[in-house]
Design a protein around this ligand. Sequence first.
Ligand code: G3P
Ligand code: MG
Length: 244
Amino acid sequence: MASPISIFGHRGSPGTHPENTLISFQAAHKAGAQGIELDVQLTRDGIPVVIHDERVDRTTNGIGWVKDFQYEEIIRLDAGQSFSSRFQGTRIPRLEDVLIWLSSTNLIVNIELKTGYFVYPGIEEKVIALLTNYQMRDRCIISSFNHYSVQRTIQRDSQIETAILLMEKLVDPWEYVKKIGAHGIHIEWQAVDEHLLKNTKFHSIPVRVFTVNDNTQIAAFKKMGCKAIFTDFPGPACTINYSV
Ligand code: G3P
Ligand code: MG
């Protein structure tokens, strides 16, 4: 039975594979996830690459800010070894590499624009152009903690699905979402409550929750009416039997 709540592999399947890498996204797909979430930043020469932190230090064998690397430099870094020596040689993917693979699947992609600390000029346009080129506009959601970035995305392409990211409770976020023209709310699980879900349901605003790694909690969020959850362990999440 297809899962009645969509399961998104948060950065792929980082419980089992190095986060935000192609093999991690492929593992999420293999596990049965309906979607993947990934984080995008720009290299110094303006190439959209998939990596979470503004620095490369935690997930690669390099040191420094993503924004200071040329693409030819950043792809030489090892993004697998710090997770496990089994994954030595894994590279930071370009967004384009992931979209090429995604276009051969039926997965939904949530692209998070990591524009909270640094301005990445033109990132919204570049992401939209790539999505258009690989015919992924209808299977994507663009989100950001930087709501100006969400707004810029909507201004460039009013048809593309967007969501604001929230870490905490906001007063009447359903009004705010409508005001900026976004579609959905992606929210940290501890900030979710019945009041939010009741009102977003009334306004037809989908709520997707991150990051939930416990199957009992996932089932509870489904019962509360959440549209999707982001998990580091898409494998176990996809085995939930919602009928019990
Ligand atoms: O998009 C959901 C989630 O990824 C937001 O937080 O820090 O894991 O990118 P973070
Ligand atoms: Mg993210």
